[in-house]
Design a protein around this ligand. Structure first.
Ligand SMILES: Cc1cc2nc3c(=O)[nH]c(=O)nc-3n(C[C@H](O)[C@H](O)[C@H](O)COP(=O)(O)OP(=O)(O)OC[C@H]3O[C@@H](n4cnc5c(N)ncnc54)[C@H](O)[C@@H]3O)c2cc1C
Length: 382
């Protein structure tokens, strides 16, 4: 720790994932850190993540999982999955990963993640000031004046903006913003083909087509809803969706079309009624939807429907519950390694405050934490 860092006052605006990580990192380097949070306590959203379990990172995390691979690369090289887990381990958090590489706290409760961050903040002397909405950040000699909605001002040498998605605190300072839109939400589709399937889950391979051009694809779980499809795979595809695209589900990706036709031919010779063709293979209601899509119970058309079950996409659905907001401050105005503004030395932006969004499965929290760590370290020394 340097004398200079010791005297530096760092204001972190927003006590979410990115802000808490930034606060710990800066305080560890000796800075005097204050978190200014508009809610009545920090980390409220963290508690809701991963259905209350907090999927904090992913073993497959890497730049290609984000809308801005070039910009995220340096931070992710500095703090990859192992690096982030080492950080959390240093806070006393034990973690576990599932088969898809998604990492959760071993306790299976998001509260553990928030608790270790808050404990570290308390031990490091980080000041938490809640119920304090920041209204403006004003440059002044030697740093910034952070103005609260209440009129109170906090002078700081460095300011880290960690206000999350859909916020535009930097706009008055002249930063361009990429327009906001919800991502990581279900897809609204035509409901005719999925009539009766609400609540059922299938594992499948899915492709999104823009006309005939493939726009995105992935494998995983789809949950049928009364307005379309949800589940991790649908959420992932929502990052690429536009109205009028077609969603094609391959409900048996492990078997090629010819082999599937042959197996269904054999199944059709079991001496059962034609509409029992899929009994023993799919949930009865999925089978009925496949017969409707095929317009037949004959093996060949049914096999084609299984491999290419099509839905027209109307756009993102249930957007009020989107996990992430695309858009935010234009990252090109920030150094990709430190997140420091190229225009205003000592001013940083992290997490969703920037136009960075990632795949479902721990990528967004990873970015928030990793960018917070990078900015916190730099702010304490810069
Ligand atoms: C229901 C749900 C589940 C999710 N699950 C996961 C998951 O399991 N894994 C994953 O990787 N991602 C998940 N996400 C996404 C993830 O939570 C976000 O990407 C991440 O929290 C972004 O971190 P952040 O620090 O940028 O913003 P936030 O965590 O949103 O924190 C921003 C903070 O700033 C405060 N703030 C805003 N404006 C001001 C202001 N003017 N003054 C003072 N304070 C302000 C806010 O109150 C908030 O506390 C989920 C999101 C949701 C909504």
């Amino acid at each position: 720790m340097t004398e200079k860092a010791h005297s530096l006052r760092v204001a972190v605006v927003g006590g979410g994932a990115g802000g808490l990580a930034a606060a710990v990192a800066a305080a560890r380097e000796g800075a005097q850190v204050t978190i200014l949070e508009m809610a009545n306590r920090v980390g409220k959203k963290l508690l809701r993540t991963g259905n209350g379990r907090c999927n904090l990172t992913n073993r497959r995390v890497g730049p290609e999982g984000y809308n801005r691979p070039g910009f995220t690369a340096p931070v992710l090289a500095e703090t990859d999955c192992a690096g982030l887990l080492a950080f959390f381990s240093s806070l006393g958090l034990w973690t576990t990963a599932d088969g898809e590489g998604r990492v959760y706290p071993r306790s299976d409760t998001a509260a553990s993640v928030l608790d270790v961050l808050r404990l570290a903040c308390a031990q490091l002397g980080v000041q938490e000031v809640c119920s304090s909405e920041v209204a403006a950040i004003e440059p002044e000699a030697g740093g910034y004046s952070v103005l609260l909605r209440s009129g109170v001002r906090y002078p700081a040498h460095r300011v880290i903006v960690a206000t999350g998605g859909g916020t535009s605190l930097l706009r008055p300072l002249g930063y361009p913003y990429i327009p906001f839109s919800p991502v990581l939400c279900p897809l609204q589709t035509d409901t005719g083909p999925i009539r009766g399937l609400t609540g059922l889950r299938v594992r499948c391979r899915a492709r999104l087509y823009d006309g005939r051009r493939p726009a995105a694809e992935g494998s995983g779980e789809i949950l049928f809803r009364d307005f379309g499809v949800s589940g991790i795979l649908a959420l992932d595809l929502s990052r690429h969706v536009q109205r009028g695209m077609t969603l094609s589900l391959d409900l048996m990706p492990e078997t090629g079309l010819r082999a599937l036709e042959a197996r269904l031919e054999a199944q059709s010779r079991l001496g059962r009624a034609p509409e029992e063709l899929l009994t023993g293979i799919f949930h009865r209601r999925v089978g009925e939807a496949l017969f409707r899509a095929a317009g037949s119970t004959a093996p060949s058309p049914v096999a084609r429907a299984i491999k290419d079950f099509r839905l027209t996409v109307f756009g993102p659905g249930d957007t009020g519950n989107a996990q992430v907001t695309r858009g935010g401050a234009d990252p090109s105005y920030f150094d990709p390694a430190t997140l420091e503004s190229r225009r205003h030395p000592g001013l940083y932006a992290v997490g969703e405050a920037l136009d960075v969004d990632g795949r479902c499965g721990g990528f967004n929290l990873h970015w928030a934490f990793a960018s917070g760590l990078a900015a916190g370290r730099s702010a304490a020394h810069g």
